[in-house]
Design a protein around this ligand. Structure first.
Ligand code: F6P
Length: 358
């Protein structure tokens, strides 16, 4: 008997179901022994508290195109994973206990950065773990691409496309705030795909005067409007110089809902122009996965299935230089994949006149 536990953890994204379907189909189609699948509910919580349901191949049919996750998810911060819960329960010990009680042969964990730190911890504690790289942020180390990213790029691009038409009618400055946590992959790609004029990403701190200059320059060339794609983690040159502690203190007393509103107010004050802010927010993580993500997640899942059948554990299945790769979990955990400001894509964006506000 091959017993597989599976969970999805952290913020959801498109193609989680497609990835799980890929794993299960690859295993059911190729295993020499009977297979049992244990689906833990709501991420690591399900593993900690023993909340699971037995799943069969049927549960994974018809879900290729369905967004969200059939298992549910939650955020269980790594920071506190080794602290006892409110009733004094040792969470790591509880996860191990449930794994051994169910006689699992392995755990398949789908998640992003935080999830991978806990997955690595469980692997170091002796559990057989295989992970898949999920996140719209595309910020996981060890893989060129994460699933969910391309679907989110499509949605953010559509949002900016829509803003383009109304911005041009009214001759306004528009800011579209794009998700992405501490990195700018989503903003850069959606911004370039939709012809944004100014793209602000955390990796390239902005200077508000340079942003205003870029807007003025467009006006002088006869453009009636300007579109800014602003990453939710965008940061000014002044703030980037602050210590972590001082920046946290600034955010604790922040009077704006997010950075885009601060930038909007500054542009209005400095240029006298009317500025509007649009925040597509969690829409970017919702809905059906795009065809690219369906294929990509299926491939990652199938590869995870292959590794499980070969009893190779302790890896994240990633994608590097157009090939599926297995990356040791300890190499992934705790590292962020950010955009290199000197990379080709940034150079090319600048060549076509996109301003990064620096
Ligand atoms: O990590 C994915 C992500 O959507 C980020 O882009 C965003 O900052 C965050 O999750 C939002 O988290 P929550 O869903 O907990 O509000």
């Amino acid at each position: 008997m091959l017993r597989i536990g599976m969970l999805t953890s952290g913020g959801d994204c498109q193609a989680l179901n497609a990835a799980m379907r890929g794993v299960v189909k690859a295993i059911l189609n190729n295993s020499d022994e009977p297979v049992e699948i244990y689906g833990f509910e709501d991420g690591y919580k399900g593993l900690i508290y023993g909340h699971f349901r037995m799943l069969t191949g049927k549960d994974f049919t018809g879900i290729l195109t369905v967004g969200g996750t059939i298992l549910g998810t939650s955020r269980t911060p790594f920071k506190t994973i080794q602290d006892p819960d409110e009733n004094g329960l040792d969470k790591v010990a509880a996860m191990k206990q449930n794994y051994y009680k169910l006689q699992l042969d392995c755990l398949v964990i789908l998640g992003g950065n935080g999830t991978h730190k806990t997955a690595n911890l469980l692997s170091k504690e002796g559990l057989n773990v295989i992970t898949l790289p999920k996140t719209i942020d595309n910020d996981l180390w060890g893989t060129d691409m994460t699933f969910g990213f391309q679907s989110a790029v499509d949605i953010a691009t559509d949002a900016i496309d829509c803003i383009h038409t109304t911005a041009s009618s009214h001759g306004r400055v528009f800011i579209v705030e794009v998700m992405g946590h501490k990195v700018g992959w989503l903003t850069l790609n959606a911004g370039m795909a939709s012809g944004a004029d100014i793209i602000l990403i955390p990796e390239i701190p902005y200077n508000i005067d340079k942003i205003c200059k870029a807007i003025d320059a467009r006006d002088e060339r006869g453009a009636r409007f300007t579109i800014l794609a602003v990453a939710e983690g965008a940061i000014s040159e002044e703030d980037a110089k602050l210590s972590k502690k001082d920046y946290k203190a600034k955010l604790a007393n922040y009077k704006y809902p997010s950075v885009s509103y601060e930038i909007a107010e500054q542009i209005e004050k400095k240029t006298g122009r009317e500025v509007r802010v649009t925040v597509p927010g969690h829409m970017q993580r919702g809905g059906s996965p795009c065809p690219y993500d369906r294929v990509f997640a299926t491939r990652l899942g199938a590869e995870a299935g292959r590794l499980i059948l070969k009893k190779q554990f302790g890896y994240m299945v990633g994608y590097k230089n157009r090939e599926m790769v297995k990356v040791p979990l300890e190499d992934v955990a705790g590292k962020l994949k950010a955009i290199d400001p000197k990379s080709d894509i940034i150079k090319e964006a600048k060549l076509v006149g996109i301003s990064f506000g620096n």
